[in-house]
Design a protein around this ligand. Structure first.
Ligand SMILES: [Cu+2]
Length: 166
């Protein structure tokens, strides 16, 4: 073996060591990169979960608001309008909650005297007895006593209806 061959052998051994070193660095960098990627994934999942929770809470709040807005639309708390025509009372029965307003509208061509049964004493529920109402006029009153009350036009007692106060 002469000097030139020996130098070539040493260079090859040195070159192999350099490759091992570079490979080691690449592997370490790859592991670090993998670790950072894994941590980033976890952060993303946490953030997603938090976002979903917020969205669900917001949806529930919206539902509650919708329920609250729907609840007051209970027909019996809004009072009732009783229309009277030349054919008599428009409906055979009206229902209203205690404490709400009854509106009587005289759409007939004659006077109306809205009265509690019995005729002519009007004593079944005297809070329902009203003054004479001219043609085209309306009157309002509040009901408080619960029950099923017979009603008639005192001036034409064959025209009757029923008022249920709940
Ligand atoms: Cu009467």
């Amino acid at each position: 073996m002469d000097n030139q061959q020996q130098t070539g052998l040493q260079t090859t051994q040195k070159s192999n060591k350099t490759w091992l070193y570079v490979l080691g660095v690449v592997v370490v960098l790859a592991l670090i990169g993998l670790g950072v990627w894994a941590l980033t994934q976890n952060d993303d999942e946490s953030a997603e979960t938090t976002t979903q929770s917020s969205t669900q809470t917001t949806t529930e709040q919206t539902d509650t608001e919708t329920d609250a807005a729907t609840a007051p639309e209970d027909a019996t708390t809004e009072g009732v309008e009783i229309v009277y025509t030349d054919d008599g009372f428009a409906e055979s029965s009206y229902t209203v909650a205690a404490g709400s307003t009854v509106t009587v509208k005289n759409d007939s061509s004659s006077d109306l005297q809205f009265s509690s049964d019995d005729h002519p004493s009007h004593l079944e529920n005297s809070e329902l007895n009203q003054a004479v109402l001219a043609s085209g006029q309306s009157q309002q009153f509040t009901v408080s006593e619960t029950g099923t009350w017979g009603i008639h036009d005192h001036l034409n007692a064959s025209n009757t209806t029923t008022l249920v106060v709940e």
